[in-house]
Design a protein. Structure first.
Length: 72
């Protein structure tokens, strides 16, 4: 059933032309901010635990190599 406030409820548009029958769109808000933030924080913490130590070791080894080259 068409709603009375649909844009073409009279059958003609603003210029008097036959209008296409349209139903109004009802907008539904889906809250995504909280789930996205929680997922981001969970993944960030996981990456800190799993990948950061390995990357820090590589970076420290590289810095140590640079320092050792300078002293030789």
């Amino acid at each position: 059933q068409r709603m009375p406030w649909a844009t073409s409820s009279t059958g003609v548009d603003r210029k008097g032309r036959p209008a296409r029958y349209r139903l109004p769109i009802e907008v539904v808000k889906i809250p995504t901010a909280r789930p996205l933030a929680e997922t981001f924080e969970r993944e960030r913490d996981r990456m800190y635990r799993e990948k950061l130590p390995e990357q820090m070791m590589k970076a420290m080894a590289y810095q140590l190599r640079l320092v050792m080259k300078r002293k030789l």
